[in-house]
Design a protein around this ligand. Structure first.
Ligand code: AVI
Length: 700
């Protein structure tokens, strides 16, 4: 393989580096080991002279390994002798460069041996497996950065490669960085979703290469006879560890994966501002495992070691960068074209070789390095959570629309779906056969009301968040032993009063309070005349799925505060399931959900004096596998300009406005989110088809 070199060549070349740049330059009577080695072992230094063709290094049968060891001994001895002669500071700097250069080749030794062994049909193992059975931790996906003016580049006094400086300022827009690298599990979803077959996900050069090389998975992956993915490792062919970071992907694959996931790769500055607050610690070559491991740490993890992380930054000069004089100036500077930066080191990098400012670079096609993916996304492109504002006054609405339409992709907060017409349409959606969540949840509550009531005990105060028509709470009220009071919280005052008066009539012994407010903020719950023994929050309908996971966590914490110690939360949420069923639920044949979605445009027309033509937008529903959510969008059918008040917004044909996210969870994913918000699971109830779950939690 043209990029890889034989082991003995690496040893000879790193030796040649010391001979050429130190001994020949600084030691007057140095005796060159062999007159032809300069030709054989010069890698790419034009100023040093002509050299052997890179792609034919594998054919160098002579000198033998023994002769190269003799060469090494000769150079080592000469360097040692030179140390006795008090080297100049210029020479010392070059010796340090030579040592760091050699560390780079230590990594290449591993990557090139791996490649050579992988080409042997017997798939020989370099070593016994040293993989440990680390259990990976689940995690919140994104670390938050406010953006602003930051400094990047090296600022200390130790050795660095010239391209790591000068330190300089750079402006970052607010963004999120994924807390862990993309796992093999995530990557298999991309493969299964036809990621390698969809041209629209790929950069043009990447797509051409993907077709030409017939890529269908990362390098070294094979399917075994049972159709399961395995990969060639330093311990031979092994099953893929789903929780370990994906590895041996090119920049093109990393970029296509990010596009598929609806996000992007980080810039090197975004990577560095986070990495610089961590000590360099991780799975490096020193562990001798030579394979990436699953993360065992909560939070931002594996910034260092395991896999080099492709960034979206091309390798280029920082402001003020100056190429070193002479041939060593060819070390980095001349590669500042057509290469992308990778950060953080890998399981084949010596640990003391890496630092936050370290910039590795490879052409976007390269796959044989231990290269993986960490994602990032723009903060401005993220839809804010459901019901986050406490009012819908015209100014806020207009501001939100203007800011949502001024970014790419355009978006509107899903809370604006619920004006009077929108709320009516949503009620119609709940009656649709295709929209299973409402009926399924009601079924679960009916089936298990007696059991739920036992857990809640007698004399409780119920608090319902986003209470709407107050239908589902009746199932609980009917089953509960002597409930004391009900506090219904909803943003719509009118609906609250209407529903509350119905409940008061039906349940005269229960004191009913109403709070018209944004229910995501902490609230004072009015005290009842009768003393209640406990507080129970009720949050049905999978509305929690309309929150971004971080916002969901924050909201659950708010509920915990309101409940106090030993409170209980009964919450309903929609489960992950086959995509077809999900897509049908959000794109019904009667067009009710489409009308619900498009009603947003009528609302903007009416309230903000806009001129949307509803026929020129279509309702689009997608399941985003990576994020685990249904997305609703409105797609422009043609190129068009929309006037909103005195502002114009241009929509290209096919461009979408992202209008809603509806997250779907596995039960254990949700329990984990709740646990990290201070809630312990008491019991889970589901329906027979596992479509929906209702869980009872208690506060700690
Ligand atoms: C309110 N929420 C739980 C609904 C959902 O399923 O996410 C909103 C909805 N959007 C389209 N259909 C229903």
């Amino acid at each position: 393989m043209a990029d890889a070199s034989p082991t003995k060549w690496h040893l000879a070349h790193t030796t040649w580096f010391f001979e050429t740049f130190i001994l020949k330059r600084f030691v007057r009577d140095y005796h060159e080991f062999h007159p032809n080695y300069n030709f054989l072992f010069n890698s790419y230094y034009e100023q040093i002279g002509k050299r052997h063709v890179r792609s034919e290094r594998g054919m160098i049968t002579r000198p033998s390994s023994n002769e190269i060891y003799e060469y090494r001994d000769h150079v080592d001895k000469a360097i040692k002798d030179y140390f006795e002669m008090k080297p100049t500071s210029d020479a010392l700097q070059l010796i340090e460069l030579g040592i760091n250069h050699e560390q780079q080749h230590q990594e290449l030794l591993i990557t090139d041996i791996k490649h050579a062994l992988s080409r042997n049909p017997l798939y020989p193992a370099y070593q016994e497996s040293r993989l440990n059975n680390a259990i990976s931790v689940r995690y919140t996906k994104w670390a938050d950065h406010p953006g602003g003016l930051v400094d990047i580049g090296y600022s200390g006094k130790d050795f660095i490669f010239d391209s790591e400086g000068p330190r300089h300022k750079i402006w970052l827009e607010p963004f999120y960085l994924a807390k862990q690298p993309v796992s093999n599990r995530d990557y298999i979803s991309f493969i299964n979703d036809g990621g390698y077959q969809k041209a629209e996900l790929w950069l043009s050069d990447g797509w051409t290469l993907c077709r030409k090389e017939e890529w269908e998975a990362p390098m070294y992956w094979h399917k075994n006879d049972q159709g399961n993915w395995c990969s060639f490792t330093m311990s031979g062919i092994r099953p893929i560890n789903l929780n370990a970071p994906v590895c041996h992907v090119s920049y093109y694959e990393a970029d296509a994966f990010a596009r598929w996931a609806g996000v992007r790769l980080p810039s090197e500055a975004e990577w560095e501002v986070f990495a610089s607050s961590f000590n360099v610690d991780g799975n490096f070559a020193d562990t001798n495992i030579f394979d990436p491991l699953p993360s065992t740490k909560e939070g931002l993890a594996q910034m260092y070691g395991d896999v080099w992380e492709w960034t979206k930054s091309s390798f280029s000069a920082y402001p003020g960068y100056q190429v070193a004089e002479g041939a060593v100036g060819e070390y980095n500077g001349k590669f500042m074209s057509g290469q992308m930066v990778l950060r953080g080191g890998s399981c084949a990098t010596p640990s003391d070789h890496i630092r936050a400012s370290y910039r590795n670079f490879f052409p976007p096609r390269a796959r044989w390095q231990f290269s993986g993916i960490r994602l990032a996304k723009d903060k401005s492109a993220v839809i804010s959570s459901f019901y986050t504002n406490n009012n819908s006054i015209k100014d806020t609405f207009l501001d939100d629309i203007i800011s949502g339409f001024s970014i790419i992709p355009k978006s509107i907060s899903s809370k604006y779906l619920y004006d009077t017409k929108g709320a009516q349409l949503f009620e119609k959606i709940c009656e649709l056969d295709a929209y299973y969540p409402t009926k399924t949840e009601v079924g679960i509550l009916n089936n298990y009301a007696t059991e739920i009531a036992k857990y809640l005990g007698s004399g409780t105060t119920l608090i319902e968040y986003g209470s709407g028509a107050l239908d589902k709470i009746r199932i609980l009220l009917d089953a509960l032993d002597d409930p004391v009071s009900l506090c219904a919280i909803d943003i719509s005052e009118q609906q609250l009063q209407e529903s509350a008066s119905i409940i008061r009539k039906a349940y005269p012994n229960i004191e009913v309070f109403t709070v018209a407010a944004d229910f995501t903020s902490p609230l004072d719950i009015p005290s009842s005349k009768r003393i209640s023994k406990s507080r129970t929050a009720f949050f049905p309908g999978s509305t929690i799925g309309n929150f971004e996971p971080n916002d969901a966590r924050a909201f659950l914490q708010t509920i915990c505060k309101t409940l106090g110690k030993n409170g209980k939360l009964l919450i309903g949420f929609d489960l992950k399931k086959d995509h077809e069923r999900l897509l049908n639920a959000y794109d019904d044949n009667d067009g009710i959900t489409a009308a619900f979605n498009k009603n947003l445009l009528s609302r903007i027309n009416q309230e903000l004096d806009a001129d949307f033509n509803l026929n020129l937008f279509r309702h689009i529903v997608r399941y985003n596998t990576f994020e685990g959510r249904i997305e609703m969008h409105l797609e422009s059918c043609i190129d068009q300009t929309i006037n909103i008040g005195n502002k114009n917004f241009f929509f290209t044909a096919g461009e979408t406005i992202h209008t809603e996210n509806s997250y779907k969870y596995h039960i254990d994913e949700f329990v984990e989110i709740a646990a990290s918000s201070g809630l312990d699971k008491i019991k889970t109830w589901t329906d027979k088809d596992n479509l929906f779950a209702v869980i009872l939690f208690s506060t700690k």
